[in-house]
Design a protein around this ligand. Structure first.
Ligand SMILES: Nc1ncnc2c1ncn2[C@@H]1O[C@H](COP(=O)(O)OP(=O)(O)O)[C@@H](O)[C@H]1O
Ligand SMILES: [Mg+2]
Length: 183
């Protein structure tokens, strides 16, 4: 996520975020002719474009995007669409628009479903453990100013669930699993 902070403006307190010049030549999430999944990509779903042509939604298989997908599971992100991933020229991927997160019920709504059932890496598990430990310390204190006790408890549970299963989860709950529009 780009550096983000609280600021005061004409209309009161609000969020400020550093603008990132994304690389227009990279598409971490993309549309391809149906079933033609290029190497290094994962298939998400099939559909029809505005001209009724059969297409597949795909996303890249990169460690940067995987990190974002793990983050989304932890924060229970209900709005990870294509436009909320900024591809930087050096390969970094910034996530933006985290306005619908931390619900107590399963609400993960994302295009990043390419790793369902795959084992988490040691680095990913270490990151989850760091978040979980932080919740008992400074991170928990900081978040308590903004989240309810129930939301904090649900976050702890999502950390514990991931640490226990050690795999990318699939869709859960009654909400649609993919945001609309997808991009
Ligand atoms: N920090 C940023 N740097 C560059 N582009 C951004 C940044 N934040 C948002 N954007 C672009 O602006 C679009 C709209 O911002 P977003 O936060 O999604 O607003 P909204 O909540 O109104 O949907 C994003 O989809 C993204 O393409
Ligand atoms: Mg948005």
């Amino acid at each position: 996520m780009p550096t983000t902070w609280l600021g005061e403006g004409r209309f009161g307190t609000g969020m400020l975020q550093l603008w990132q010049d994304a690389d227009p030549g990279q598409d971490p999430v993309d549309l391809v002719p149906a079933g033609e999944i290029p190497p290094g990509h994962h298939h998400v779903l099939d559909g029809y474009d505005a001209d009724d042509v059969a297409v597949s939604v795909i996303h890249e298989d990169s460690p940067a995007l995987r990190r974002m997908a793990v983050f989304d599971v932890l924060v229970n992100n209900a709005d990870r669409k294509g436009a909320h991933i900024l591809p930087m020229a050096d390969g970094h991927r910034y996530g933006v628009d985290h306005g619908v997160t931390f619900h107590t019920e399963p609400r993960l709504r994302t295009v990043l479903w390419g790793w369902i059932g795959q084992p988490l890496t040691g680095e990913e598990l270490t990151g989850i453990t760091a978040v979980r430990e932080g919740l008992e310390a400074d991170l928990g204190e900081a978040l308590a100013e903004h989240l309810s006790p129930a939301e904090l408890l649900a976050l702890r549970r999502r950390c514990d669930d991931l640490s226990e299963t050690c795999v990318f989860p699939g869709p859960a709950g009654d909400m649609p699993a993919v945001p609309w529009p997808v991009f």
